[in-house]
Design a protein around this ligand. Sequence first.
Ligand SMILES: Cc1cc2nc3c(=O)[nH]c(=O)nc-3n(C[C@H](O)[C@H](O)[C@H](O)COP(=O)(O)OP(=O)(O)OC[C@H]3O[C@@H](n4cnc5c(N)ncnc54)[C@H](O)[C@@H]3O)c2cc1C
Length: 378
Amino acid sequence: MNTDVTIIGAGLGGLTLARVLHIHGIPATVYEAESSPTARSQGGMLDIHDYDGQLALQAADVMDEFHGLILEGRQAMRFLDREGTVLFEKADDGTGGRPEVQRGELRQMLLDSLPADTVRWGHKVSGTRSLGEGRHEVTFAGGGTVATDLLVGADGAWSRVRPLLSTATPEYTGKSVVETYLYDADTRHPAAAKTVGGGAMIALTPDREIFAHRERGDTLHAYVGLSEPLEWFAAIDFTDAAAATARIAREFEGWAPELTALITDGDTPPVLRPLYALPIEHRWDRVPGVTLVGDAAHLAAPNGEGANLAMLDGAELGQALATHPDDVEAAFTAYERAMFPRSAEAATFEGAEAHRTDSDTNTVHDLIAAFTRHEQSP
Ligand SMILES: Cc1cc2nc3c(=O)[nH]c(=O)nc-3n(C[C@H](O)[C@H](O)[C@H](O)COP(=O)(O)OP(=O)(O)OC[C@H]3O[C@@H](n4cnc5c(N)ncnc54)[C@H](O)[C@@H]3O)c2cc1C
């Protein structure tokens, strides 16, 4: 294939695609809105599963590098009630199939695996349009355009490429999370550190949840989940960190102090992240010359699969293009045929509940049951 593949978005999906194309000798250019690889903190830890994310990394031939990023012990998982009692606990014995890595380090690893000029930083796409006969034009917010025969939207939830294929837009799931970090937790926040333990901890009631993870060193990263409409959050001034923290903490009155410390003792201002999703069955009829990977194609409420699926999409699309170098439509069709049902199943898969607490009926006991069934499934 001589055509340069135009990829929008240097997230995990777009970079895995670029890497798999590279090892098959197919040129690609990735246009990324952010000004540099370090322009934005890349968020927390990701568990990379042996049945999807790791398959993508194998296809990208970066397993040795990946193993170097794994944080030992972080697969430990515990479930608590709101009083702080541990109801279920699974230690990390090193044999689990979902090792944890820092997202930023994983992204950097993929960047390092690409030729230096593959990613064009500071190229925010403002629009896309069809030029006919499978060609598309991409317009950048800072000026300039590119025309391409082979366009892939890997630009996440609010994709500017998606409108070429579908009229769907993400809708609010009814739940938001408020993110906090606690640094040097073993010494500065010992009660919270002890409660979180060596890996991940979840405490929840049907509409309130505290999820926290021990990241590299003894940093605790907490997501405080509340099932409330967007207007409820709009009434809180998140520019006033102290007032916003106090307002969120009020919702957790009666919870154990070592749990609420994950809200009140944050070393960073609380950050609100409303959760959006595309319809579970989101799909499109084939449009020549363009397709989507990752969240652009199948944004779902966080269920522990999104980053894994984005990478698998990228890897499989890269392999499909390598298999059909002279027939882009055959490659796109083969890729989408596998991707559509896979992403729909992941969004509804019962085991996904083990990572998700956004159901009105979820109790911590339901979550433990789902987690143990998921762990035992082949
Ligand atoms: C709170 C939370 C927790 C999560 N936890 C997990 C987890 O534990 N495990 C897991 O597997 N998944 C998790 N996810 C889901 C995961 O983050 C996403 O599914 C994953 O990042 C999707 O990857 P992507 O490459 O498709 O998109 P993204 O990671 O969103 O990357 C898109 C890239 O495109 C760029 N971009 C966007 N718009 C433009 C534009 N107009 N022009 C150019 N570039 C653009 C962005 O800057 C970005 O670099 C979580 C999500 C949330 C919100």
